[in-house]
Design a protein around this ligand. Structure first.
Ligand code: ATP
Ligand code: MG
Length: 452
């Protein structure tokens, strides 16, 4: 990452330096050209006045002041050409005859004939030089042209190249130092943070880092909480397994030592059987929970008639309800939800089983399935013992039981509602609870409707 930032910063710098230098070069050359033309215009102006006035004689006349002026200018590498109205060259202090004849048709000459004055820049014999021309029309219809050799753009570029390179190189070095300093100061807080994840109080080094720091901190806390929960769970599981195993081991030891009368043997065997069954239920529930935890509960969601499933569950538990002297009934009409079949069965079974188990003799349990708006709602309502307010939030925790003795006595493990909560989450449903001690409990599960 550091390398990437460095490379990107440096390439931006190199590109901008090159662009700036090219721009400066063109601007500078433009100014330089303007100056050369200024000089040519001034000289041509003076000479044209002299030619027009005709007082000191024409340039072609070797004794004239004009001629002497031009001679003086020749030393400064200025070339002067005069062409009459017919295009015949009547004076030139520079070039060969053939060149002179060709000069008549040059663009700056044409421009001067037509518009009064003309400018031109042409390459010289050597590429290092350019020829600058300025031509002006005389009163008699002829043209006077002054020209000068000066540095070409290429030459300006070549001669300024060492300076440009030196400046560019030092700028690049400076940028590399700044870039490495900047990337370090960007990356270091992140590295620091990664090393001090435990120290959740640590504040982010700069504000842009705060959301990331916050997310990481929260995730870290979640992980720690998860680890603590797993620890608690293991401790609880061990504890829950220990009780029935102690009972089994105690009774079987008594029988082994021949310390039990034949009536005792029947009673002990019954206790052993009961506790072994409890162990099995417990282990099944734990396995199911860890299955739901890892998300391996089977991805095979399907369209399920919730009413039909509830009817099967009610008829399965009707004997159980009879035993508890509780009347169990179902209401509603066929509604479809999208879920795993086993999940729905577990959900229905656990809720209905609780409603029967924590009921009073002569009480009722009503299971209802109906559509409400765009939801399918399952309600399990009982007239049982109810749940005190302070326990309402906790009964979905693993192994949590309001009345330990009553739950154990009825063979409860305290895992039923934990499984229900998991199932509800995986289906994408929501669960709510209303309860009044001594009046009864109503649990509602809202399923998102199947859109087919
Ligand atoms: P399991 O269902 O695993 O056999 P359990 O019934 O004790 O054991 P949960 O179903 O998780 O465990 O219920 C947790 C506790 O919530 C119960 O022990 C009970 O105290 C309370 N509870 C649950 N449903 C009801 C209800 N309908 N009326 C009163 N109390 C209830
Ligand atoms: Mg239960």
């Amino acid at each position: 990452m550091k390398r990437k930032i460095n490379i990107q910063l440096i390439s931006i710098v190199v590109i901008s330096i090159v662009l700036t230098m090219v721009l400066i070069l063109f601007v500078y050359y433009g100014i330089f050209k303007k100056q050369v033309f200024n000089e040519l215009t001034t000289v041509a102006g003076i000479l044209a006045v002299a030619e027009n006035e005709d007082l000191s004689g024409k340039a072609a006349d070797k004794n004239s002041v004009t001629y002497r002026m031009i001679e003086n200018l020749s030393e400064k590498d200025l070339r002067v050409t005069v062409i009459d109205a017919n295009g015949t060259v009547c004076f030139d202090n520079g070039a060969s005859d053939s060149e002179i004849q060709a000069d008549r048709d040059r663009p700056e000459m044409q421009e001067a004939y037509e518009q009064g004055e003309g400018f031109a820049v042409r390459e010289s014999a050597t590429i290092a030089q350019s020829s600058f021309y300025y031509a002006v029309r005389l009163d008699d219809g002829g043209v006077l042209r002054v020209s000068k050799e000066a540095q070409s753009l290429l030459n300006v570029f070549i001669s300024s190249l060492p300076t440009l390179l030196a400046v560019g190189a030092s700028l690049i070095i400076l940028c590399m130092i700044v870039a490495s300093f900047l990337t370090k100061s960007l990356v270091r807080p992140i590295e620091d943070m990664a090393q001090n994840l435990d120290n959740t109080e640590q504040v982010a080094a700069y504000s842009e880092l705060a959301p990331i720091a916050e997310t990481i901190r929260r995730q870290h806390e979640d992980i720690m909480k998860g680890a603590r929960m797993r620890q608690d769970f293991t401790a609880n599981v061990s504890h829950e397994l220990k009780t029935p195993l102690t009972v089994i081991s105690g009774y079987s030891e008594l029988m082994e030592n021949g310390m039990a009368t034949p009536e005792d043997v029947t009673r002990f065997s019954h206790e052993i059987h009961k506790n072994a069954t409890r162990l099995l239920t417990l282990i099944n529930d734990i396995l199911r929970l860890s299955e739901l935890d890892t998300g391996n509960s089977g991805p095979d969601f399907e369209k399920i008639n919730l009413y039909e499933s509830a009817r099967v569950c009610v008829s399965m538990l009707s004997l159980n309800a009879e035993k508890h002297d509780v009347s169990l009934s179902i209401e509603g009409n066929p509604c479809y939800v999208y879920a795993g079949k086993q999940m729905i069965e577990e959900l229905l079974y656990n809720l209905t089983d609780n409603a029967i188990r924590y009921n009073e003799p002569g009480g009722t349990v009503v299971v209802e399935v109906k559509e409400e708006g765009d939801k399918v709602v399952l309600t399990v309502k009982d007239t049982g013992i109810g749940i005190p307010k302070e326990h309402c939030n906790r009964i979905f925790e693993r192994f949590y039981r309001v009345d330990k003795s009553r739950s154990k006595q009825t063979g409860g493990t305290g895992l039923g509602l934990a499984i229900v909560k998991h199932v509800v989450e995986q289906i994408g449903a929501t669960i709510s609870l209303q309860s009044e001690v001594g009046q009864g409990t109503e649990i509602q599960v809202e399923f998102p409707m199947r859109s087919e």
